[in-house]
Design a binder for this molecule. Structure first.
Ligand SMILES: Cc1cc2nc3c(=O)[nH]c(=O)nc-3n(C[C@H](O)[C@H](O)[C@H](O)COP(=O)(O)O)c2cc1C
Length: 346
């Protein structure tokens, strides 16, 4: 409660300053603690990783892996840190983060601002292992070998994270999303597979895609992801589209839109991936989750687990506890004995 009130009070600040203050508070141990044990009906696995609940924190909240333990303590079943690029990078000029209050949406054009692989690796190496934490990897804007940047991320963080997400879907690094086309994707995933084979141990690797794909791209991505031995796909990142129902004046800002206005589009894209998935890939749903009903809609559309970020901007960190409780009640009410039974139930 107190944390949700505080989160709303932070709205008098510029959104990026509010975020910086939140990370600082979490680093100082002032974050919320979810003391309610997770309902056993929520226990599941994600590509072999045991989860106490399928509600995870999406990438972008903790870009430098500073507070994954605090976010697990706040109640998330799994936490994805990043996107991290090999070299530290300032990102785009401010302002670059906008709250669409009237639509409960967010637009960001941060552009992979982060402290680089060195700091990220140090933070992960120091963490107490209290739950699943993943690393979302990307490429520097000015890199001459973008694919090489992803390889560096995988190699530097191998053994330090429980899974890896290859992010080729941020709209804020010019040209990045072109890696979603077949030839580029084959080269990227081929080089990652080669790097992975040369290392000891194994960890799941997921590809994170945009919700703005054309007909045919979904099938190509499923085929390529499976052919190169990745475990799954996160659907989706933010959208460059602007749904017609948006009302807030800030909707004209350039960048990726997230939060509830993205729910319908990203869930429809997830359902397309589920329909095309004849390869047994794991799907993770992200985009607009703000309630247990939203989480269940993603699971029914084919997600084994879901991630959220933007709704927390408006509702505070207590949201995750409410989403979990609501999801557990809905699973029972709809006759499911486990999360897994509901995956892809339509
Ligand atoms: C401020 C902000 C920063 C983000 N940064 C990243 C990022 O660095 N890497 C990434 O893969 N996704 C990033 N995302 C996208 C989220 O991980 C998520 O896919 C998207 O916002 C949809 O979920 P949501 O509607 O629950 O926020 C960011 C989102 C927001 C709002």
């Amino acid at each position: 409660m107190i944390h949700d009130t505080l989160a709303r009070a932070l709205h008098i600040l510029d959104p990026e300053d509010a975020h910086t203050a939140t990370i600082l508070g979490l680093r100082l141990g002032l974050g919320p603690v979810d003391r309610t044990p997770d309902d056993p009906i929520l226990a599941t696995t994600l590509a072999g990783i045991p989860l106490a609940s399928p509600i995870g924190l999406a990438a972008g909240f903790d870009k430098n892996a500073e507070v994954p333990t605090a976010m697990l303590r706040a109640g998330f079943g799994f936490v994805e840190c990043g996107t991290v690029t090999p070299l530290p990078q300032a990102g785009n000029p401010r302002p670059r983060l906008f709250r669409l209050r009237e639509d409960r949406g967010v637009i960001n054009r941060l552009g992979f601002n982060n402290a680089g692989l060195g700091a990220f690796a140090t933070h992960l190496a120091r963490r107490r292992k209290t739950g699943p934490v993943g690393a979302n990897i990307g490429a520097n804007k000015d890199s001459e070998d973008r694919i090489g940047d992803y390889v560096q991320g995988l190699q530097r963080l191998w053994g330090l994270a429980d899974w890896f997400t290859v992010n080729i879907s941020s709209p804020n690094t010019p040209g990045l999303r072109a890696l979603q086309t077949r030839a580029a994707l084959e080269e990227l995933l081929g080089r990652l597979a080669e790097a992975r084979r040369a290392m000891t141990g194994d960890y799941p690797v997921f590809l994170k895609v945009a919700p703005d794909l054309e007909d045919g791209e979904v099938e190509t991505i499923v085929e390529t992801v499976a052919a190169f031995g990745l475990q799954g796909i996160i659907v989706s990142n933010t959208t460059v589209s602007r749904p017609g129902a948006l009302r807030d004046a800030q909707k004209v800002e350039t960048g990726g839109l997230s939060g509830p206005p993205l729910m319908a589009l990203s869930t429809a894209m997830l359902a397309r991936f589920h329909a095309a998935n004849d390869k047994g890939l794991v799907l993770i749903g992200a985009g607009g989750v703000a309630s247990g009903a939203d989480a269940l809609a993603k699971i029914r559309a084919g997600a084994s687990a879901v991630q959220l970020y933007s709704a927390m901007v408006f509702e505070g960190p207590g949201l995750v506890t409410r989403v979990k409780q609501d999801l557990a009640a809905r699973l029972r009410a709809e006759g499911f004995a486990s999360v897994n039974e509901a995956v892809g139930a339509g």
